[in-house]
Structures are given as C-alpha cells and as structure tokens.
Design a protein around this ligand. Structure first.
Ligand code: SAH
Length: 263
C-alpha cells in the first residue's frame, strides 16, 4: 500500500519537504518505509502529489515531490452541526462524517446537551486520518463549540439547514430533498443539524422550524442515536443533492512501474 499523508506545507513538483513528527512516525515505525519508496501527499490547498522518500533516519525524513496526481477540487459546502456526544460516538461521527464528505463539523450546545469537554485536537487528528484513507483532497474543519444562540446569530441566511426533527411536523428526508432540488434557486451552501442524545427541547424545534432557511426532516419511525441520525442525513444528502454521482479516483499503483494492482 502506498502511504497517503496530509501535510501542512505548500506542495509543488520538484520541492523537498521535511516530514513532521507524525509523518515521520508513520513512515518509519508504522509503515517501515525506506529511501526511494513512493508516497502520496496532499495539503488541502495545492492538490494531491506523487512523492518519494528522499532520506529517512532516526531523526528526520525528507520527501521529494515528483508529480501532480490530482488537481485541487472545490469541497461541497455542507457543515455538520451536532451537539457534543460521548467520546466513542463523537469519534465515530467525525471519522464517518469525514468519509461522507462533511466540509466542517460545528459542535452546538443545546438545552439538553450533556456538557462534556471536547478535545478538539483529538477530533482534528481523527479527521486527518479519515481524510487520508478516504482519498479526500481536504481535511474537514473542526470548529469550536457554539451555543445555539451564537450559532443562529452568526448564521448566513443563504446557508440552508436540514434539521433532523424527531418530533413535530417534518417531511420524510427523501421527499424533502427532492423538493429542494426542484426549487428554482436550489441552495448551494448547506448544513445538517442533529440534536443531542436527549433530543432537542420542544422550544428549540419550534424556534428552528420557523426560520426561513430551515427544512425539518424525518428519518423514519425509529429513534436513531444522534451519531446515526447525523450520518444518515449526510449520506442521503450526498445521494440526492450532493456528490453521490461522482466516482472515486483510480486506485493507486506503484509509480513508474505501469503495473496494475497494488503490492
Ligand atoms: N431522546 C430523544 C431522541 C434523541 S435522538 C427522544 O427520545 O425523543 C438524537 C437526535 O437524533 C434527535 O435530536 C434528532 O436530531 C435525531 N433523530 C433521531 N431519530 C430521528 C428521526 N427518526 N427523525 C429525525 N431525527 C431523528
């Protein structure tokens, strides 16, 4: 398998890049790579590049960028807004939400949020790993938590909010999305908002439902856990309104060999 790494530095053909500690550890100790071995690099801005290890020892690793593999593409602008969850559920949400193409994650403190301290660095590390393995060209942004008040006071009305509403009036999600695609000016910036394990307070649902940029949706007759609900909404969104028609890039082959298949 050719290692695929997210790095912060600028990328361009011909440049040599010093691997940061995380990349060094991964190449040396996890993948046990040596000089001359191929890798793939992306930084979320300059596209994806083929590279090779120029030098590697106990203290450093250098990577030489050899060729552009994929040009940078725009990310579909969909933010996943969610109330902070327990550690396992939130790790799952970030990993799977990254695979499903969320552009950003926005924690929101609602009335029934069981306030838990969020380790944003850990969430970001999860997002990087999931972006690396899912062939994304970007790492989703992990935003600092906001109260519901602050979220709504800073909201751009052009960003359409899909509200996962477990109670009260709501269209089934498939119908709601088809109606949105049929709009003369279908929105092009989006958010999904899912409540905490304890659910939205009825006053929150009423308030959100009345906002002009909100479409409340139902996810069927069962009560889903918050992480399941958010990911279901995101998957259905991608299939109907998002990038579900595109295909993954061609599988990576060892560079220069012209051979099909991986090692
Ligand atoms: N404890 C609550 C359920 C909370 S589920 C109760 O029993 O009513 C957590 C969140 O997932 C909800 O706030 C909602 O945003 C979403 N959700 C779960 N099941 C859903 C469904 N069937 N339809 C729409 N949203 C749902």
């Amino acid at each position: 398998m050719i290692p695929r790494l997210f790095i912060e530095q600028p990328l361009s053909t011909g440049s040599t890049i010093a691997a940061d500690e995380r990349a060094q550890h991964y190449l040396r100790n996890v993948m046990r790579r040596s000089a001359g071995d191929p890798l793939v690099l992306f930084n979320g801005r300059d596209g994806e590049f083929e590279a090779e290890i120029a030098a590697i020892d106990k203290r450093k690793a250098e990577m030489k960028v050899t060729r552009l593999r994929r040009a940078q593409d725009g990310v579909l602008d969909i933010i996943l807004c969610f109330a902070p969850l327990k550690k396992d559920a939130i790790d799952f949400l970030i990993e799977k939400g990254t695979e499903l193409g969320a552009a950003a994650f926005q924690p929101v403190i609602t009335r029934r949020t069981v306030a838990s301290r969020l380790n944003l660095d850990r969430l970001r590390a999860n997002a990087i790993e999931a972006a690396e393995q899912s062939e994304r060209l970007t790492v989703p942004e992990i935003r600092a938590p906001l109260t519901l008040e602050a979220l709504l006071s800073g909201w751009q009305p052009s960003r359409h909010m899909i509200l996962c509403a477990e109670a009260g009036p709501a269209l089934p999600i498939g119908e709601a999305f088809k109606a949105l695609t049929a709009r003369v000016s279908c929105p092009n910036t989006w958010a999904i908002f899912c409540g905490p394990e304890g659910g939205f307070h009825v006053s929150e649902l009423d308030r959100l439902r009345d906002l002009p940029f909100v479409t409340p949706v139902g996810l069927g007759p069962r009560i889903l856990r918050a992480d399941t609900a958010a990911l279901t909404a995101l998957a259905v969104f991608q299939a109907i309104l998002g990038d579900g028609t595109l295909r993954p890039p061609h599988p990576m082959t060892p560079f220069g060999t012209g051979a099909g298949g991986e090692e």
